[in-house]
Design a protein around this ligand. Sequence first.
Ligand code: 3PG
Length: 398
Amino acid sequence: WKSLDDLEMAEKRVLVRVDINVPVEDGRVTDATRIERIAPTVRDILDKGGKPMLLAHFGRPKGQVNPEMSLAQVLPALEQALERKVVLLETLEAAETLSAEAEAADVLLLENIRFYPGEEGNDPDFARRLAALGDIYCNDAFSAAHRAHASTSGIAQHLPSCAGRLMQAELRALEAALSTPERPVGAVVGGAKVSTKIALLENLVNRLDTLIIGGGMANTFLGALGADMGASLQEPDFYDTARDILAQAERAGCRVILPQDGLVTREFAAGAAHEVVQLGAETKLDSDQMVLDAGPASVEIVRAAFEGLKTLIWNGPLGAFEIAPFDTATVAAAQIAAKQTIDGALVSVAGGGDTVAALNKAGVADDFTYISTAGGAFLEWMEGKTLPGVAALNGSAA
Ligand code: 3PG
């Protein structure tokens, strides 16, 4: 694929697909990493005389306009990272009117692209309509490259296309650290997006020596083994998938580690009263009890597992890291991995919006070998899959 250096940008309208799907609480961005990492691409385009219009999604509005998922929430953080004004275009019609006249100094941002059903459906007419807003397409959204959507894939058929700086850097770094990883290789997979990630594990276990499962993902596995997880975040629709993964891991010789204890509470709140409960197939929680973090015995098991590894990939926190004390296991495990990395014993690569936020909170993000902005895309890349957003750049219009 081409880079920003291969296309003439001067006076050109450049459609830049970025991923600024960042954590927001009470309308404020709590971790701006993804926003900061796309800034060099936008600045480069401006320096080359191009007129950037950013295309981005926020959350999963499922093709409906939803004010709670407006990109207006990330606008201040975006303007701060880019050090210039960003104009939010609330509709495609507004974008169509403005894209022809925009001042080169203004960065344009189209409102949440997932408000349109044509985006996730990769509708060819929608992709064509988007493409008409620009002269060049630049994809800098590595973390959304596992989605074959109109703005990540379909659009490239209609415009000369290139990869942005972050997309290039991500692919290079992952290739360098993980294309032939030193074994044993382990992964931590946690977080709340169970349905998005669980199917990936079936292939991933073939490439791993150890898989440590945490968060909502672990609750789903424990539920699949027969535990009554009470009000814990889990997705029972995936119990069969979880059992298949455990069987596949056994065939592939991959050790799967589930939490053996957890911090259990009746209230999802910072500082909520909690107790340590043993977890396993026999666990029976009350219907209002939930596991919000892995417990101390599980952290020791994670420590021992990390010590046996040469390469670690990490996607998804082990608990509700955003509210203390349910960040304890994630912070402890992050610090263990960071120390081993500093000691030269471990290559550690972490990815995903929440994971990056958790490692920042633990104060160790800079100590990891590489931090990717991607979560699901990173895992699919790790599985050996060709990502549609990357493939589209190779087969682009010019
Ligand atoms: C992410 O947060 O991993 C990306 O922005 C993709 O989001 P999605 O899982 O909703 O497609």
